[in-house]
Design a protein around this ligand. Sequence first.
Ligand code: NAD
Length: 501
Amino acid sequence: MNAELPRMSLLIDGAFVESTTGTWKDIVNPATQQVLGQVPFATLDEVNRAVAAAREAFKTWRKTPIGTRARIFLKYQQLIRENIGELAAILTAEQGKTLPDAEGDVFRGLEVVEHAAAIGNLQLGELANNVANGVDTYSLLQPLGVCAGITPFNFPAMIPLWMFPMAIATGNTFILKPSEQDPMVTMRLVELALEAGIPKGVLNVVHGGEEVVNALCDHPDIKAVSFVGSTRVGTHVYQRASLAGKRVQCMMGAKNHAVVLPDANKEQTLNAMAGAAFGAAGQRCMAASTMVLVGAAREWIPELVAKASTLKVGPGHAKGIDVGPLISTTACARVEGLIESGINEGAKLELDGRKPQVEGYEKGNFVGPTIFSGVKPGMRIYDEEIFGPVLIILEVDTLEQAIALVNANPNGNGTAVFTQSGAAARKFQEDIDVGQVGINVPIPVPVPMFSFTGSRGSKLGDLGPYGKQVVLFYTQTKTVTARWFDDDTLSHGVNTTISLK
Ligand code: NAD
């Protein structure tokens, strides 16, 4: 182990501490393979100490006035804004995405922090006045206690910010388990959160992999778990944490279909598709990875290929780059293997992005834009989430066939339709069985006054992250039925029925 490299700390009870573990993992720049730092796999004792600190802090944090909580997030959004350039640079170095896209990653998280600052208008109960004589019923949205969040590598700023700001703003305390592949920007955001005034023990961080995640799922003092990541791990987390009696929400893998009707504006559609399929090197859960061309729109393939060919592949920090590297050499080999399988299974390789020449960055995990046409369900490139810059194209004759195809796919994260027909768009919006729908918008991730609403195989649990739904996720609704007699009201005597009189 190289003692010179920065080591990620744990955050326990307000103090950044070095783990006593013997297991450390390198954090690697995916464009260069340079080792940037090391991340510990925390011990179970450290996980337990973090949970104990969060449990203790909850006693006072739950009583902290809502205005005090809100003002911390007002300060926090300002600090993120002031440091967005530095945050994006850290993110690009460890994750690979381009600098402008890294700023977008931070910004989409910042919007959730802004929303958390409005908690005074969000954590509101209801009141029904005079439901019986002298009786009112009202509801309280009370925090649950210690909550935990487990995050993926692909949005190391936005997704942690989906979780702990809203959990803490609603009065909970939190244990965050960042991705072990790119935890550096997450840790910088955690430092800024403490600077904004989050008290000790209210936010804690433990690093690690399977063992730490399982400990969080099992821990009896953790009341709720938020997870974002792959379907395989999310399903495991949902089952394990539910079995331990917790409230759980898991946002998982995807296969997002964009349906293109022949009446769509061709230029706008093809630009949107090239950006949404290849941006972030296809490593977005909402990437438009699957294009369904309806009728004569199938003639647009050569123009799409021409546009994709102009995208520049290279290191995310360099100017003018469109497609950065994949997160790891393993991810790169996996994507190359899937491209190989597409060729072997009979799809037509329209554009081959394997092993692009990136001068000066020969060791980077690069795959350039790749396009397959003639794809069919049953091929691995259709059935699996590729999570790389690979766009697959299917062709159908009618909108009805396109809708049936999308609805037959097990995933329900995002979808889009491109058309100039209001009637066709409305039919799509009504009949498509996918949680997030774009109409001429390729990546329809809702802004934080709504919630992230992936569905079917892409989600387990009822309530989504951020927005109004997450206020319900992170709180327990308590209803109070109260009777206050005027002193001179005559008693009704003993009442042995269930009714309120
Ligand atoms: P991942 O499932 O490999 O990892 C997610 C988290 O789980 C990480 O913190 C990781 O340390 C932990 N983990 C990994 N293996 C584990 C195991 N065996 N047991 C317990 N925990 C384990 O996901 P990833 O590769 O980091 O992220 C990419 C995936 O996330 C893609 O499938 C993508 O679609 C999905 N994703 C979904 C959304 C969404 O909102 N639906 C958003 C972003 C990413």
